[in-house]
Design a protein around this ligand. Structure first.
Ligand SMILES: NC(=O)c1ccc[n+]([C@@H]2O[C@H](COP(=O)([O-])OP(=O)(O)OC[C@H]3O[C@@H](n4cnc5c(N)ncnc54)[C@H](O)[C@@H]3O)[C@@H](O)[C@H]2O)c1
Length: 321
């Protein structure tokens, strides 16, 4: 059953802002919780302008005790928990800051949800929870052992465990979406898959593009609308599950760069290579068949189409400036 009122933490961010538009378009009332540390109100411009939309913005840190009061007062039926420090590199530089937001902040959300009658929490987990996975286990299925190789991966993995404990002890329902590398319009440069927006922007602006490592590392790039569709479906399905959300196709960073040179009309422009990043995994590609069973979800957008829409969005932004 479609809920009347939901809360989206991290709603002023890249993925959250797209999710909110989909929710508002269906007449759902949305409370956004965001401290604007990496998100921005400009990401919510379309949502705010939606006719008949019921959007409420609360600038608050998920670590703040006031979050519980807000949940008590607003009484969301479903909480989409996306607020996080989503920068893997930053998690290696400042592990405490990462754990504070990604573990303790999440715990605050879970606890407030349990206390004030939230039916379900839908959590944005990451493929970083898997960490090292042997070559013969690719594409990764959900049952593979979790061996996170970054502090960010550890913090996301820890929340998966709390979700399970809260479900079995307090009947707080959940679905955790284990997201591959999400890309699309509005993505900042710092997020997990910021590479698409970083490469596209530097190519469009005629600046040199740096590839960290030798560029043979692979990733599974999933378009933001497809991810929003998975969040949407998880409201009514996938209870108690942790589901991969990816395309099942991997592409090397070198190939991604090449595709973007074509889409931006900068073919032949060579990248610069720099030293690889500590904690970064070599291969990552997700088998999302389980999300097909539980959510009837399937990726829809082809990489070429998704990259073209990112570039068109950037060009439109640049011409509006
Ligand atoms: N983008 C990806 O490829 C990807 C992949 C896997 C998982 N995820 C997860 O999906 C979620 C959304 O990612 P995104 O790419 O939209 O990132 P984002 O940085 O654009 O969005 C995160 C939002 O959370 C907010 N936030 C951060 N700390 C907060 C705090 N302490 N209190 C309140 N708000 C806070 C930020 O201001 C921002 O608006 C994150 O949980 C991220 O870890 C993203």
């Amino acid at each position: 059953m479609t809920p009347v009122r939901v809360m989206v933490t991290g709603g002023a961010g890249f993925i959250g802002s797209h999710l909110i538009e989909r929710l508002l378009a269906s007449g759902i009332e949305v409370d956004v919780v965001d401290d604007l540390s990496s998100g921005s109100l400009s990401n919510l411009a379309t949502a705010r302008s939606m006719r008949g939309g019921k959007l409420h913005f609360h600038q608050i840190d998920v670590k703040d005790a006031g979050v519980a009061t807000l949940v008590e007062r607003r009484k969301p039926e479903i909480v989409f928990h996306l607020a996080a420090r989503s920068d893997v590199r930053m998690s290696m530089v400042d592990p405490m800051g990462d754990a504070d937001v990604n573990i303790l902040g999440s715990l605050r959300i879970l606890d407030a949800s349990r206390r004030f009658g939230v039916q379900k929490v839908i959590f944005a987990a990451s493929a970083g929870v898997y960490g090292f996975v042997p070559e013969d286990s690719m594409p990764i299925v959900e049952d593979v052992a979790h061996r996170p190789e970054s502090n960010y991966g550890i913090s996301k993995d820890t929340v998966l465990k709390y979700l399970e404990v809260y479900r079995s002890n307090y009947d707080l329902e959940y679905t955790a979406l284990i997201l591959a590398n999400v890309y699309g319009p509005r993505q900042g440069a710092r997020g997990e898959a910021g590479v698409v927006s970083v490469f596209a922007r530097s190519l469009l602006e005629g600046r040199p593009t740096t590839i960290f490592g030798d560029g043979t590392q692979t990733r599974d790039f999933i378009y933001v609308d497809d991810v929003v569709d998975a969040f949407w479906r998880a409201m009514d399905a996938g209870d108690g599950t942790q589901l991969n959300i990816g395309t099942g196709d991997e592409i090397s960073i070198n190939d991604l760069y090449h595709k973007l040179t074509v889409v931006t009309g900068r073919e032949g422009t060579l990248p610069i290579y720099a030293q690889g990043v500590t904690g970064e995994i070599k291969r990552s590609v997700l088998n999302a068949r389980r999300a097909g069973w539980y959510l009837r979800w399937h990726p829809f957008t082809k990489l070429g189409d998704g990259l073209r829409s990112v570039v068109s969005w950037m060009e439109a932004e640049a011409s509006a400036e």
